[in-house]
Design a binder for this molecule. Structure first.
Ligand code: MN
Length: 341
């Protein structure tokens, strides 16, 4: 390829968490250094992966001849094996280069299919997407900031006791901002702003905490979190289906799944085979998390519902979710569980 021609990259990343945002930022830094001038971003929730790739296929000019990168999203069975026009295969035929960077098990499982479509797969186990990008592309620069960012993402996806408290705290705070941004109708624009803020540490970080420019947002996050917890207590409901026990609840879109898991555990315990959280608009995503004993295969059920995920955790979409239609949707899901089991 002629290096004098401005190269364009389309980056699809996980828009809901720290690893998704940081990996998109680190990848952008790497590609800028390689002469890429234009970037287009898609920040995607697990439940909307299929929708996003459908959109790309229906808007061919957005990807034609460009280099497409996917970060921190799993290549689940619905995407890879779907028969409605073989989405990934058709996208691969349109783009100049298609690279998939991910750490989820299911992506590894579908590696052969990706390679068959000439998709370049960069996959590692137990290393988050940001860390993979750092190690593959940025390590030789010896840049403390890039390294630090990749550690923040790693501490969120694979927390261990070795991670410093400060690294964990900054990740949690960043997660709050991301979850808050998830709420707005200008979802993409705010996530892009977050990427540009990451370009310099002192834009967003100040001695162990988020920069004071985020104080207002953090205060509002706190208020939304209190409201969200009240809703969790109001809507949580155990359902026995066949020989399994499920806890279904409504997730306020301003809080992360981790917050829901923790709070519901505190109030109702962990005596269930799977926790199912219906996140309201504009997230509109159902997250299913199976218990560690593995009695209920969460990702298989998510596949059954048209979504995806890794072994014990996954997501799927079921249209718009609100406090109002939650009880009906919860009943629908219970019926689907009955069919699935
Ligand atoms: Mn990740």
């Amino acid at each position: 390829m002629n290096l004098l021609v401005a190269r364009e990259a389309v980056i699809c990343t996980h828009g809901e968490d720290v690893d998704g945002i940081i990996s998109a930022f680190l990848l952008t830094c790497h590609l800028r250094g390689r002469g890429y001038k234009k970037f287009k971003y898609y920040f995607i929730s697990y439940g909307r992966q299929l929708d996003c790739f459908r959109h790309l296929l229906n808007n061919k000019e957005e990807i034609k001849g460009k280099d497409l990168y996917v970060c921190d999203l799993n290549a689940n069975d619905n995407l890879v094996l779907n028969q409605e026009g073989r989405i990934l295969q058709n996208i691969a035929l349109l783009v100049n280069k298609f690279t998939w960077i991910d750490h989820h098990d299911v992506t590894k499982k579908n590696a052969v299919c990706l390679l068959r479509h000439k998709i370049i797969l960069i996959h590692r186990q137990n290393i988050c997407a940001s860390k993979i990008i750092y190690e593959e592309f940025l390590k030789s620069f010896n840049d403390d900031y890039f390294f630090w960012l990749s550690n923040i993402a790693q501490a969120q996806d694979y927390p261990t006791d070795d991670h410093h408290e400060e690294i964990k705290k900054i990740g949690y705070d960043l997660q709050k901002i991301i979850s808050y941004h998830n709420l707005t109708p200008v979802y993409n624009a705010l996530h892009e702003r977050l990427l540009s803020l990451l370009s310099e540490a002192n834009n967003w970080y100040d001695r162990g905490s988020l920069h004071e420019r985020f104080n207002g947002v953090l205060r509002q996050c706190k208020l939304k979190e209190i409201a969200a917890k009240t809703m969790l207590e109001r809507y949580s409901l155990f359902k026995d289906i066949k020989d399994k026990k499920f806890l279904l609840t409504y997730g306020h879109p301003a809080v992360s799944f981790k917050t829901v898991l923790k709070h519901v555990g505190l109030k109702f315990g962990y005596n269930y085979d799977a926790l199912i959280v219906l996140f309201g608009s504009p997230i509109d995503n159902v997250i299913v998390c199976g218990n560690s004993d593995g009695g209920f295969k969460a990702s298989k059920f998510c596949n059954f519902m048209g979504g995806g995920g890794r072994e014990q955790m996954g997501g799927f979409g079921i249209g718009q979710i609100s406090e109002k239609n939650y009880p009906y949707l919860a009943d629908d899901i219970a019926e689907k569980l009955n069919d699935f089991l």
